[in-house]
Design a protein around this ligand. Structure first.
Ligand code: TYD
Length: 393
């Protein structure tokens, strides 16, 4: 049975940065979050159709982030060292940052966003199916390429509404010695960090290891290892294989135990999280209203999906935030979803330093703080794990 514990209100699509003429047709949905008592899975109550999100204008290019290039290179090297891999399939290959570390002739990609599929097919010359990941597609791939020793996916499986079909499709294509590896934000980290801004249209599910243990088993798969990662504020790299007689690594048992001890299997824990989210909203609004009544200028670094969720949930618009700055060319000179705060380029920020900078690309904190060290003299605002003003980092 699914039980609701959080209502983040009416929300636009978090990544749809827009121009003024698109305001009238902007799409909104109700962002409510539920906990499934049976599987222990956290999901959105109402899913958004993927065609509305993952189109040929999807703005996130993995290769624009140096730490993410390193992350995927290190991951590829680790997987090549530790597993016997003849053929690899990537689900949600984005701009090919991960798959580029494997030989073209051994690799197949699946990527529904047309801009990326065209780039990896034509520029990088990696075979890419520009389609959604389904059992039907897995059958088509199997008839052309056979099965795979590695199926890899980063920040994509939790984006897919129909998990039953997703896991069945993976099981279909895995060789006997094969491993299905996927990374997504960790439910435990989100609750510990109070980072409710990681729950939105593109992330219809928030995975605990426990929920995956339950779901994978229904499709002939089992957990064999879990790596806890720092990326995106705390992610889990899940390793699954076809059900076998071999025991899982200790990391599986450790993670399941840690989640149980924290209360991730109890609805009440999520209700408490919901209360902390409401308090976070109150505290943030207090700080922003005070800053404005003192005549201060406040801006935001990072036109992130996370910023869209926070601004729309808290009702923060251009009266409280003067502007957002972002380094992504396709976001610059557009407006933020829902609240329509202008987005300017990084030079504008350098020439118009505000009194307060609200760090909403908090997952890139180290990179940003390093870049601004010695230059930006104002104060910082953060909201994870608690709303705070920092004189310096
Ligand atoms: P991302 O990590 O994709 O967050 P989300 O999933 O919530 O959208 O986006 C990070 C954004 O931050 C991206 O648009 C680039 C921007 N950014 C800057 O503007 N300056 C920086 O120095 C860095 C590292 C990122």
């Amino acid at each position: 049975m699914k039980k609701e514990f959080l209502d983040l209100g009416k929300q636009p699509l978090g990544n749809k940065f827009l121009s003024e003429e698109q305001f009238d047709t902007e799409f909104f949905y109700n962002l409510k979050v539920v906990f499934d008592e049976d599987t222990k899975l956290v999901s959105l109550k109402e899913f958004v159709r993927p065609e509305q999100i993952f189109d040929a204008e999807y703005p996130y290019w993995t290769s624009k982030s140096v730490p993410m290039i390193e992350h995927f290179k290190n991951t590829a090297v680790m997987l090549q060292d530790e597993f016997e891999i003849d053929k690899v399939l990537e689900i949600g290959s984005n701009d090919g940052t991960f798959i580029k570390n494997f030989r073209r002739e051994d690799s197949v990609c699946v990527e529904p966003c047309g801009n990326f599929a065209e780039y990896t097919n034509k520029e990088l010359k990696y075979k890419t199916y520009s389609e959604y990941w389904t059992t039907e597609l897995s059958e088509e791939i199997k008839s052309s390429y056979g099965k795979f020793d590695l199926i890899y996916s980063a920040n994509c499986i939790s984006h897919i509404n129909d998990l039953e079909d997703t896991f069945q499709a993976a099981a279909n294509l895995l060789t006997g010695r094969g491993v299905f590896v996927f990374e997504d934000p960790s439910c435990l980290s989100v609750l510990k960090r109070n980072s409710y801004d990681q729950i939105y249209d593109e992330h219809p599910h928030l995975f605990s290891v426990t929920s995956l243990d339950n779901l994978l088993n229904n499709h002939g798969l089992e957990l064999c290892r879990v790596d806890n990662l720092e990326v995106h504020g705390g992610s889990n790299r899940i390793f699954a294989r076809l059900i076998s007689d071999n025991p899982p690594e200790d990391s599986v048992i450790d993670n399941l135990k840690r989640e149980e001890e924290f209360g991730l299997n109890d609805f009440e824990t999520y209700v408490e999280f919901g209360k902390r989210v409401e308090k976070s909203k109150e505290d943030l609004l207090d700080i922003l209203h005070k800053a404005k009544s003192d005549g201060k200028r406040v801006m935001t670094i990072g036109a992130t999906c996370k910023s869209s969720i926070v601004f729309n949930y808290c009702g923060i618009d251009n009266n409280l935030i003067d502007y957002i700055t972002d380094t992504t060319p396709t976001k610059i000179n557009k407006m933020s979803p829902g609240k329509h705060i202008p987005i300017y380029d990084y030079n504008y920020f350098c020439e118009n330093h505000p009194d307060y900078t609200y760090l909403l690309a908090w997952n890139h904190k180290n990179e940003i703080v390093k870049k601004e060290s010695g230059k930006y003299k104002g104060r910082w605002i953060t909201h994870t794990p608690k709303v705070r003003i920092h004189d310096t980092f």
